[in-house]
Write a protein of this length. Sequence first.
Length: 185
Amino acid sequence: MRKLILFNMITADGYFEGQDADISWHKVDKEVNEFMIEQMKTTDTLLFGRKTFEVMEDYWPTKEAIAADPVIAEMMSSYLKIVFSTTRGKSEWKNARFFNGAVVEEAKELKGQEGKNIFIFGSADLCRALIKGNLIDEFRLMINPVTLGKGNPFFRSKMNLQLLKVKVFGNGNVLLCYQPLEERN
């Protein structure tokens, strides 16, 4: 069975975005980018909520993104993108598929298919639904050395986690990899 891996950057005080969806605090440098490329090589399917998909869609297929980061731009375009949305059903960005049904059931079906790991980036509401459905196999949280004081918190309920791995980056980011300890369905 494929693993469903959640990757998000969060602040030291637990926010995945600041007020007005601000993510200008993300610290990405050459070392972090190289990690992301290696991480992306282990997947062939990306899950998104509509809002996060639209942010990605507005950037990754552009000439600017291709010039700035051709490797990740190619990966983002070539991988299957499953977008969970009740308000949108198509995109010009290649390999995007839309789904407006039951999130948990669709994610279970995807996990049962052949392929590499499945990743989810951003997409807080979708992440919360998948967490509630016990479908996340691994949490990869990249803590950025910044506090915001307010914003949108990533976790909104208690969860017991087991630490799998820690990686410290030169820019002060710390990657914490966890697996949930809750019973699996």
